[in-house]
Design a protein around this ligand. Structure first.
Ligand SMILES: Cc1cc2nc3c(=O)[nH]c(=O)nc-3n(C[C@H](O)[C@H](O)[C@H](O)COP(=O)(O)OP(=O)(O)OC[C@H]3O[C@@H](n4cnc5c(N)ncnc54)[C@H](O)[C@@H]3O)c2cc1C
Ligand SMILES: *[C@@H]1O[C@H](CO)[C@@H](O)[C@H](O)[C@H]1NC(C)=O
Ligand SMILES: *[C@@H]1O[C@H](CO)[C@@H](O)[C@H](O)[C@H]1NC(C)=O
Ligand SMILES: *[C@@H]1O[C@H](CO)[C@@H](O)[C@H](O)[C@H]1NC(C)=O
Ligand SMILES: *[C@@H]1O[C@H](CO)[C@@H](O)[C@H](O)[C@H]1NC(C)=O
Length: 537
C-alpha cells in the first residue's frame, strides 16, 4: 500500500514538473525524435484487437475500407478472451461462457462457434440448494430450501417492479429488495443473493441498476442458457476466425502487416485535419479516423492521453459507468475429494462475510483427470485478493475448503489468480450498469468526438459486459463511421452533448486547474524536502 502511494506520488511529481500547457499535462516521456517514424496515412486506425476492434475492422474491410491499421498492445489478438496454460490444460482467464442461448433470437456468437467447432457445454445450474456449504460443512436442506425460495421470490418481485418503473425512475437492486420488506441477511441468503445477482453483474445489488438489468436483455432476447467454452484453442479462436476472414494469414497465423502487435498506444491527437496516434516506442501513425476499442477501465485511467482533452460529456459518461471486477481463481489438486456428476457442478460457500469465496465450480466434465476447481470472487474481494501474495489467497481458500469438506482436504498443488485490476491493459473485467446512469450514457459512450469513434463491450446498451455486446458494437460503430465517410451522414450527437454540458464543463475545467495548482505546490515542497534530505546524507 505504502509503496503504491509513494510511486504514484513520484509519477505525479514528474508529470507536474514537466509543466502544464493550455490546461494539459505534457507527456512524461517525450519520445526519442530519431525513433519517430511517420508512417503512411491510412483511413482508419483501430486501437485494440479484442472482439470489438477485430469485428470493426472486418466490417470496414468488407465495405471497401482496407487501408486500416490495427494497433494492439499485447502479443496476440483476442483481448479479454484470453487463455492460460494451467498445468497442461487450457483455461479461460477471461470470458468463458457463450451467454444468451436457446431464446427467441440467435446470439451472433453461436454461428461462429459452430463454424469453427468450438468445444462448449451447457452449464447446469440446477440443484444448487443441495450444494450449499457453510462454516460447518453442508447446509441442511431444511435451511437451504426456504432460503432459496425466499431469494427466488425476491428476484421475481424485483423484476416485476423493474417492469413497472416509469422511464425516468431507476432504483438499485437492493432498493427493490427493501420494497419487499426483507432483504438477504443470513450467510445462506447472502450466498444465494450473490448467486442470482453478483455472479452476473460482478457488483453488489447496492450498486446495480434495477431497471436496466432486470430482466436482462441478453436473457430475454437470446435466451438464459449459457454454454461453457473449454476448447484447447481457447474462446479467443472466435476472434481469430473473424480476423482471418480479412487479414492475411498463413496456416491461421496472421501475417498481415496492418496488424501491429506489441504496440502500446499512449497518445491520440485529433483535429479536423486527422488523427495522430503515438505509441510507446515513439512511432506516430496518422489517419483520417480512429476507432478506440480499449476497455472502460483503460479509458477511466490516464493510460491514453487524448489531445485535446475529451469533452466533459464524454468524460462524465466514461466516469459514470462502472468497470466491475470478476476473478476466476483456479486450483489444482493431486486427487478429487468431492463428488462429481450431474447436479454437483456448482457449489456455494455461505460465509458471514458476503462474497468470501462464494461460488465454486468443478471442471470435472471438461478436464476429467485434471482435478481442477474454480472459485469466483468479485468487486472488493477481487481488489483485496489482487493486493496480497497468492500464497495468502491459497491459505484463505484452504481454510474455506476445510470448512466445506472437512480438515482432511489436501492442499492444492497449484493456484492461478488473474489480476484484472492491476493489468494496465484492462483495469477490471467488464462493465456493469450502476444505478443513476441513464440510457443516454450509452449514446455518449459511443458517440464520436470529431473523428475519434468509440467501441467495446461498454458501449452496448443492451449487451454491455458480454462478448456478443463487443461483437455487435464493433459492427455498429464501423457502420456509423462508414456512413460518415461515404455518405457524409455523420453522428450529430456530439454537438448536442457539447451544448448540454458547456456550462458544467467550464466549472470542471476551473476545478481541475485549481487542483493541479494545489498539487504542484505540494509536490514542489516534497521535492525540495527530498533534495535537502539527500544533501544531508
Ligand atoms: C474474467 C472475465 C470473465 C468474463 N466472462 C464472460 C463470459 O463468460 N461471457 C461473455 O460473454 N463475456 C465475458 N466477459 C466479458 C468479455 O470478455 C468482454 O465483454 C469482451 O471480450 C470485450 O471485448 P472488447 O473488444 O470490448 O475489449 P477487449 O477485449 O478489452 O479489447 C481491447 C483491446 O485493447 C488492447 N489495449 C488496451 N489498452 C491499449 C493501448 N493503450 N494500446 C493498444 N492496445 C490497447 C487490449 O490489450 C485488448 O486487446 C468476461 C470478461 C472477463 C475479464
Ligand atoms: C418509455 O421509453 C420507451 C422506450 O424508449 C418508449 O417507447 C415509451 O414511449 C416511453 N414511455 C413514456 C411514458 O415516456
Ligand atoms: C499449422 O499450424 C498447426 C498448429 O499451430 C501446426 O500443428 C501445423 O503443423 C501447421 N501446418 C503447417 C503446414 O505449417
Ligand atoms: C443434487 O445434489 C446432491 C448432493 O450433492 C446429490 O446427491 C443429488 O444426486 C443431486 N441431485 C440431482 C437431481 O442431480
Ligand atoms: C449548439 O449550440 C450552438 C451555439 O449555441 C448552436 O448554433 C447549435 O445549433 C447547437 N447545436 C445543437 C445540435 O443543438
Amino acid at each position: 500500500m505504502g509503496r503504491r502511494e509513494s510511486s504514484a506520488m513520484v509519477l505525479l511529481a514528474l508529470v507536474l514538473l514537466h509543466g502544464v500547457q493550455a490546461g494539459r499535462v505534457l507527456p512524461v516521456e517525450e519520445p526519442d525524435v530519431s525513433a519517430t517514424v511517420k508512417a503512411t496515412r491510412v483511413s482508419v486506425i483501430i486501437i485494440g484487437a479484442g472482439m470489438s476492434g477485430i469485428t470493426a475492422g472486418k466490417t470496414l474491410s468488407e465495405n471497401g475500407v482496407k487501408d486500416l491499421l490495427i494497433l494492439e498492445a499485447r502479443d496476440e489478438i483476442g483481448g479479454r478472451m484470453m487463455t492460460h496454460d494451467f498445468g497442461g490444460i487450457t483455461i479461460e482467464k477471461g470470458a468463458n461462457w457463450i451467454e444468451g442461448v436457446n431464446g427467441p433470437n440467435v446470439n451472433p456468437i453461436i454461428p461462429i462457434a459452430k463454424e469453427i467447432g468450438l468445444v462448449n457445454d451447457r452449464s447446469d445450474f440446477e440443484n444448487i440448494t443441495n450444494n450449499i456449504y457453510g462454516a460447518n460443512g453442508k447446509v441442511d436442506l431444511e435451511v437451504a430450501e426456504p432460503a432459496n425460495k425466499f431469494i427466488e421470490d425476491l428476484y421475481e418481485s424485483s423484476e416485476s417492479l423493474a417492469l413497472r418503473l416509469t422511464n425516468d425512475t431507476d432504483v438499485s437492486v437492493l432498493t427493490a429488495q427493501r420494497f419487499y420488506g426483507r432483504f438477504p441477511v443470513t450467510p445462506v441468503e447472502m450466498a444465494l443473493d450473490y448467486w442470482y445477482n453478483d455472479f452476473t453483474s460482478a457488483e453488489p445489488p447496492r450498486i446495480t441498476s434495477l431497471k436496466n438489468t432486470q430482466p436482462l436483455p441478453t436473457d430475454a432476447i437470446f435466451g438464459d442458457d449459457v454454454y461453457f467454452v473449454h476448447d484447447p484453442r481457447g474462446y479467443k479462436s472466435v476472434v481469430h476466425h473473424l480476423a482471418n476472414s480479412y487479414l492475411e494469414n498463413k496456416n491461421e497465423t496472421i501475417t498481415d502487416n496492418r496488424l501491429k502487435l506489441n504496440t502500446l498506444v499512449n497518445k491520440i491527437e485529433y483535429s479536423k485535419e486527422g488523427v495522430e496516434v503515438t505509441t510507446k516506442d515513439g512511432t506516430v501513425y496518422t489517419s483520417d479516423y480512429a476507432i478506440v476499442s480499449v476497455s472502460l477501465g483503460v479509458l477511466q485511467s490516464t493510460a491514453i492521453d487524448f489531445v485535446p482533452d475529451l469533452p466533459f460529456w464524454k468524460l462524465k459518461a466514461i466516469y459514470t459507468f462502472d468497470m466491475a471486477v470478476y476473478t476466476k481463481i483456479f486450483l489444482k489438486f493431486s486427487k478429487k475429494f468431492w463428488s462429481s456428476g450431474s447436479g454437483n457442478k456448482f457449489w456455494l460457500y455461505a460465509d458471514e462475510r458476503r462474497g468470501y469465496y462464494p461460488i465454486w465450480e468443478n471442471l470435472d466434465s471438461e478436464f476429467p483427470d485434471a482435478n481442477v476447481l474454480m472459485v469466483t470472487v468479485t468487486d472488493e474481494e477481487s481488489r483485496r485478493i489482487e493486493q496480497q501474495p497468492d500464497s495468502e489467497t491459497l491459505d484463505e481458500i484452504m481454510g474455506v475448503l476445510k470448512n466445506m469438506f472437512g480438515k482432511d482436504v489436501p492442499t492444492a498443488d497449484d493456484i492461478y489468480v488473474p489480476k484484472w485490476v492491476a493489468d494496465p491493459l484492462f483495469r477490471g473485467s467488464y462493465s456493469n450498469w450502476p444505478v443513476g446512469a441513464e440510457p443516454i450514457v450509452f449514446q455518449q459512450l459511443q458517440a464520436p468526438v470529431e473523428n475519434i469513434y468509440f467501441t467495446g463491450e461498454h458501449t452496448s446498451e443492451l449487451y454491455s459486459g458480454y462478448v456478443h455486446g463487443a461483437h455487435l458494437q464493433g459492427m455498429s460503430i464501423a457502420n456509423s463511421l462508414l456512413d460518415c465517410k461515404k455518405n457524409q451522414k455523420c453522428a450529430p450527437t456530439a454537438q448536442v452533448y457539447d451544448n448540454l454540458s458547456r456550462d458544467c464543463a467550464g466549472h470542471l475545467e476551473a476545478e481541475r486547474n485549481r487542483e493541479k495548482l494545489m498539487w504542484r505546490k505540494k509536490i514542489a515542497r516534497l521535492e525540495k524536502e527530498l533534495t535537502e534530505a539527500r544533501h544531508v546524507k
